[in-house]
Every structure is written in C-alpha cells, then in structure tokens.
Design a protein around this ligand. Structure first.
Ligand code: 5GP
Length: 208
C-alpha cells in the first residue's frame, strides 16, 4: 500500500494462449504490490479454480442483475460466456494506492478506454498493455498443450485470437511473449517505471 500516490490499473489483454497469465504471475513475483480485480463470469469453473479467487462464478441471471445495477466498469461476452469487472473491485484499491491488474479481453479494454475519455481519474490510472504470442503456430501449440479445450472450443479460441490480435495498436504498450524470462523482465520494467509517474502522485515521495 502506498498512501502517497493513487494506484494504477494495469489492463492486460492478449489472446488465449499468448501466455499472459504465466507472464504476469512471473512478473508479479518480482514486483509485488498488486491486487487482482476478481472478475465475474458465467462460465463453469475449470479444475482447480476457486470461487472468489479466480473468478466470482455467477449465473446468467445474477450477471444480468449486476448489469442492471450498473455494477460493472466493463463487461463482455467472450467465447460464449459473460465476463465483467465490478467497479467496486477498482475504485477503493486505486484510492488506497494499491495497483490493480485486470486480465480482460479487447472488448472490455476498449470500454475502459472510453471510460478514460470521460473520467480523468481513470485516465490517469489506466495503463493498457497487450501481450502477443510470437506466432499463430506457437499460439496453437500452447492452446493444445493446455489440454483443457475440446476441438470445438479450441477452434473458436484460435479464430478469436486472430480478431483480438488486430487490436494491438490501440494499447499503450506491447509485449511480445517470445521467451518467458525476458518478456517478464520487460513487463517488470514497465511496471516499475509506471510506479514513478508523477501524474499519480498525491504528494512528493520525499521523506519530510
Ligand atoms: P478464461 O475463460 O480463459 O478465464 O478467459 C477468457 C477470456 O476472458 C480471457 O481473454 C480473459 O482476458 C477474458 N476476461 C476475463 N475476465 C474478464 C473481465 O472481467 N472482463 C472482460 N472483458 N474479459 C475478461
């Protein structure tokens, strides 16, 4: 926690199989200081996933009622399921100086871009980062290696990946995840430099 600055909201997107979760887990081991925003989703939990930790797993009815209450900062339908970031997950952390990491798809990220155009507080907080696999061949290999997909969901994820890849130049930063160690080092450097940004400081970091 850092009371001298507002937290940043690091928005991380990239197609399934870009390796973004492995990447941020690795980078966060060395930087720390992040809290995750736990998204709501209507998809079924995968093996080992915990409710309230990986996601808030909710029914479609519950998701719709949260939507009606305007509870989401952004939401999207991805691979036939709904996903959304609760506003409540973001604002309190930002004000406490906690950095928040959002692992969201391109549609959701673009909604946050719109929000930034309207809300200066969000504009100062949000950093948009796109993670790319080195090639489509490598992407397919990684997805198949997961073993959690059926041929049908795999095909759908590959098709979506090509669409998502077109959004890379609407982000502030791009990380090519060619080799995990070096990509994580680049990501860590990005986080550390963002933590020095004067625009999020509420007062001087000087001791007295
Ligand atoms: P998965 O089902 O593999 O956990 O996630 C599928 C996709 O949904 C990923 O690309 C992930 O970034 C995205 N996603 C997860 N949570 C959210 C969210 O709260 N909002 C949006 N827009 N996308 C999300």
């Amino acid at each position: 926690m850092n009371t001298k600055r507002n937290g940043m909201v690091l928005i991380l997107s990239g197609p399934s199989g870009s390796g973004k979760s492995t990447l941020y887990k690795k980078a966060l081991q060395s930087t720390g200081g992040f809290e995750f925003s736990v998204s709501c989703t209507t998809r079924q939990p995968r093996e080992g996933e915990q409710d309230g930790v990986d996601y808030h797993f909710v029914s479609r009815e519950k998701f719709k009622s949260l939507l009606d209450q305007d509870a989401f900062a952004e939401h999207a339908e991805v691979h036939g399921n709904f996903y959304g970031t609760l506003k409540s997950e973001l604002v309190s952390r930002m004000e406490r100086g906690m950095d928040v990491l959002l692992d969201i798809d391109v549609q959701g990220a673009m909604q946050l871009r719109d929000l930034c155009r309207k809300e200066p507080f969000f504009a100062e907080s949000c950093v948009f980062v796109f993670v790319m696999p080195p090639s489509y061949t490598e992407l397919e290999k990684r997805l198949r290696g997961r073993g959690s997909e059926t041929e049908e969901t795999l095909e759908r994820r590959l098709k979506n990946a090509r669409t998502e890849m077109e959004y890379w130049n609407r982000y502030d930063y791009v990380i090519l995840n060619d080799e995990l160690e070096s990509a994580a080092a680049r990501f860590t450097a990005l986080i550390e430099s963002q933590r020095l940004a004067v625009k999020r400081m509420k007062e001087s970091p000087f001791y007295e």
